[in-house]
Design a protein around this ligand. Structure first.
Ligand code: B3K
Ligand code: ZN
Length: 882
């Protein structure tokens, strides 16, 4: 495989002003006719170089240049390109190709899913549909005609507005769509199928009426209202918060069952994984409802951050993805609890993105090289990219940031631009120089920020000294890395837990209780004056920068912060740090073969929380959740899988027993409300169920009969999937074998026709840490509802096993690794993108002890030697072994 470098970027030789497509859909092939109205790029010289079009897996039937049929001697064809020589500055290329969507298992380009045709073109799938300049800086208007059997495919959709349709005499019909907005080919979409839709209207801020439609298979028509509500909220929010109005007369979402990721922002015709759009009480959990809301918003927001203003090249991917994640996070924060949203995002970032940053695939937010672009839809591009935007927002403030985004959209509407262009708009609008800040785009790895304090009682000064560094990452030595701009939001607490007024040496007046310091040097001190007593610092409030901060808090200080910090995020963070300290102590005891002894301060801190009826229940639920095994792995130098699992389970068990009474009370009170209130998908109800459910999972660890009875009651009598799935998971992880089997069987029988619910049934079992996990997963692969061809199934069973069931996946005999490698080898031929993603846990081999390292590496080597590898799998495996 060949590496592509950012430094080699060149503007396109030719542009495509208009693209006219005709698709003739048949059961055993599809014909695609493309007419491309092209011209020499006027920004380049007047000579006429050869035209090289991208094209893969296409059978060329006919090729014309300005109406003149070309013969095989007039062009060159390889398995990835078609080259021909234009003779004038403006010209028209006509091509006809045959493709085979019916046998496309990679789910890229045009393919079939549950009998319907659909597309996925980002990043480079359009070249599997027709010969084209398949790069995001070539933007064209599109007209698309689709024809197909009227009975099988009554609905024929593409981007833009419908302009014509008609019947043919042989049972076929056709429809023509016109998209007036110029777009790159990656935003092209086509759908044909037997679909029903829910329709609604949205009136934009300038009083234009937009038709909204969500298309699904008929049996799912009762599961789209939540997505429709989310869409309308998103449209309103983007008008209010970013001044962005929708631009076409119609906005469509289509749900498909076989999809490589969550959803895709095709202009005017978003295509969604059905798991990211379908939601109703009986079949989708609270988390699934919130995920649907977030993804609907994310794809809708792309209409401006991605579509109207797009990326010049794929190295700039975070330009649209980091920004759009930042936008959807703010939206979700506004719709639900902002603090809880931040906690969940940070926990996810620190567990998964930090691990990526520390592994063989680490790359900057703006990468400078890749082999397969599909491998770069990463946590770094999305989540860290969003953190980078969040820091810009923190440094500029709300108002200047909005001016900057307005300027960006206005200046670059209709263009394909770079991350530098975005930052320039922010600088121009705010007058703030972001030159040094831009290192966040080019330097990979997670910075460390060590903080030390010094209090001078006589001078009444308090000094904080920050030392930043960033570990080596592939291609970047530690010594090459220059200091980042790290915004540190902080407060200083007095003995009562109140925020002290903050005045830095040299400043005229004190500011209110929380402020942002910009740490810009490798080592830098800040001295606060008029500090009458030694304060307790609350650092990095709201997680104001994606760094690993260390400060030598003792456990009593952390308990104090848990109760008093004015920043909700940092109250949670103090609890996490306390838990980490306590768990690391237990891990050490486990490793030394000592009797485990839980620090009772953790028990009393959590007791205080449970007994305080005034706290937000969602916060209490978050604070009761101990750091996960994956996070404990990430922060270990050498992760001891068994000690981590043993220590964490011991702590959970101890907490369950010590806190039985308050947990039981909170559980019963909340279950009582759930029992008597119909399901509502809103923050306050999410909060109640979250606390109810985490309480239940602790309570069941005691094995008491009244808890088993309560679990069975909840399982059978609830009206929603959140309570039902929790009860099922609690049983699946319990020693009550008869009840477990019975519930699993009843669940499968009841939901056997609902693929998304069956995914949850697979996941709950795949994640069960009881011994024998691999054998259970292998047995489930034989279940009639399982298939390797459906990405949701692969993620639900194999992905959940390797990613969430760490004790079983990391079994000392290497059986988990062998199993995963076997699946990757099969999937490599079927669906390279899914194979490559599934592989991630094996790439983390450096985290483990030498025996596991050897076993994991051996499996990577076996994959490498297994035959012809896709670029996707080859890149990840070869970089992991390098
Ligand atoms: N832009 C798509 C992701 C496409 C992934 C291609 N392998 C979804 C999103 O981020 O909104
Ligand atoms: Zn996106």
């Amino acid at each position: 495989s060949k590496t592509i470098y950012l430094k080699d970027y060149q503007a396109p030789d030719y542009l495509i002003d208009e693209t006219h497509l005709t698709f003739e859909l048949f059961e055993d092939h599809t014909l695609v006719h493309a007419q491309l109205v092209m011209r020499r790029n006027p920004a380049l010289s007047a000579d006429l170089p050869v035209l090289t079009l991208d094209g893969q897996q296409l059978e060329l039937l006919e090729l014309k240049l300005d109406d003149r049929a070309l013969s095989a001697t007039d062009y060159t064809l390889t398995d990835s390109h078609l080259t021909l020589q234009p003779t004038q500055a403006s010209f028209v290329v006509d091509s006809s190709v045959r493709i085979h969507p019916e046998s496309n298992t990679a789910l890229e380009g045009l393919y079939k899913s549950s009998g319907m045709f659909c597309t996925q073109c980002e990043a480079e799938g359009f070249r599997k549909i027709t010969y084209y300049l398949d790069r995001p800086d070539v933007m064209s208007s599109f007209t698309t005609t689709v024809s197909g059997d009227k009975q099988k495919y009554p609905i024929l959709l593409s981007n833009g507005n419908p302009v014509a349709s008609g019947q043919e005499d042989d049972g076929r019909h056709w429809a023509t769509w016109e998209d007036p907005f110029k777009k790159p080919a990656y935003l092209f979409a086509l759908v044909a199928g037997d679909l029903w839709c829910v329709e609604d209207k949205f009136t934009t801020v300038s009083s234009r009426e937009v038709t909204l439609r969500i298309y699904v298979e008929p049996e799912n028509i009762d599961k789209v209202q939540h997505a429709m509500d989310s869409l309308k909220k998103s449209m309103k929010w983007d008008e209010e918060v970013y001044g962005r109005e929708y631009d076409l007369d119609i906005f469509m979402i289509v749900a498909v069952n076989d999809f490589n990721m969550g959803a895709m922002e095709n202009k005017g015709l978003n295509i969604f994984n059905s798991s990211a759009v379908l939601a109703r009480a009986e079949t989708a959990t609270d988390a699934a409802h919130q995920r649907v809301e977030a993804i609907v918003a994310h794809e809708y927001f792309h209409n401006w951050s991605g579509n109207r203003v797009t990326c010049r090249d794929w190295f700039q991917l975070s330009l649209k993805e980091g920004f759009t994640v930042f936008r959807d996070a703010a939206f979700s924060a506004d719709m639900n609890s902002a603090t809880v949203k931040r906690i969940q995002d940070v926990a996810y970032l620190r567990t998964h993105q930090f691990a990526e940053d520390a592994g063989p695939m680490a790359h900057p937010v703006r990468p400078d090289a890749y082999m397969e672009i599909s491998n770069f839809y990463t946590l770094t591009i999305y989540e860290k990219g969003s953190e980078v935007l969040r820091m810009i927002h923190t440094l500029l403030g709300e108002e200047a940031f909005r001016k900057g985004s307005d300027l960006y959209f206005e200046r670059h509407d209709g263009q394909a631009v770079t991350c530098d262009d975005f930052v320039k708009a922010m600088e121009d609008a705010s007058g703030i120089d972001l030159t040094q800040f831009k290192r966040w785009y080019t330097q990979s790895g997670t910075p460390r920020l060590a903080v030390a304090e010094r209090y001078d009682a006589a001078a009444k000064t308090y000094t904080l000294t920050f030392i930043q560094s960033c570990p080596a990452t592939p291609g970047q030595r530690e010594s090459d890395k220059l200091p980042f701009v790290i915004p540190v939001e902080l407060g200083l607490l007095d003995a009562q837990g109140d925020d002290l007024p903050l005045r830095l040496q040299g400043e005229a007046a004190a500011a209110a209780g929380s402020r942002v310091l910009s740490v810009t040097e490798a080592q830098q001190s800040f001295t606060f004056v008029d500090i009458a007593e030694k304060p307790l610092p609350s650092l990095l409030r709201g997680f104001s920068a994606p760094v690993k901060l260390s400060f030598p808090y003792d456990r009593d200080q952390l308990m104090f912060l848990m109760q008093h910090d004015s920043d909700g995020f940092n109250r949670w963070e103090a609890g996490q740090q306390l838990s980490v300290q306590v768990l690391q102590e237990l891990i050490g005891q486990h490793q030394r073969g000592e009797t485990l002894e839980l620090d009772q301060r953790l028990v009393s801190a959590l007791r205080t929380l449970l007994q305080d009826g005034s706290l937000d229940q969602a916060m209490v639920a978050e604070m009761l959740s101990l750091p996960g095994e994956a996070y404990l792995t990430e922060i270990s130098d050498v992760a001891d899988v068994d000690a981590i699992h043993g220590a964490r389970e011991f702590a959970r068990q101890q907490l369950a027993e010590a806190l039985f009474e308050p947990l039981w009370q909170r559980y019963q009170a909340n279950r009582e409300v759930s029992r008597t209130t119909p399901y509502v998908a809103e923050a306050e109800h999410f909060a109640r169920r979250a606390l109810q459910n985490i309480a239940l999972s602790y309570l069941m660890l005691t094995g008491k009969p009244e808890v088993l009875a309560a679990t069975l009651e909840q399982y059978e009598a609830c009206d929603n999937m959140t309570e039902r799935l929790t009860a099922l998971a609690v049983l699946v992880n319990s020693p009550f074998e008869a009840e477990r089997s019975k519930a699993l069987a009843a669940f499968a029988e009841h939901f056997k026709d609902n693929a998304l619910v069956m995914d949850q049934w697979f996941s709950v079992q795949a994640a069960s840490t009881l011994p024998g996990g691999l054998a259970r997963v292998q047995a489930l692969m034989e279940h009639p509802a399982f298939t390797l061809k459906n990405p949701n199934k692969v993620r639900a069973l194999i992905g959940a096993f390797a990613g969430q069931n760490l004790v079983n996946f990391h079994a000392a005999d290497g059986s988990g690794y062998r199993f995963l490698a076997d699946q990757v080898i099969v999937l490599n031929a079927l669906n390279p993108q899914i194979a490559s993603r599934l592989l991630a846990p094996l790439t983390r081999w450096r985290k483990y002890g030498s025996e596991r390292q050897a076993l994991m590496k051996a499996e990577l080597e076996r994959i490498l030697a297994s035959g012809e590898l896709s670029a996707d799998v080859y890149e990840v495996v070869s970089k992991s072994l390098a």
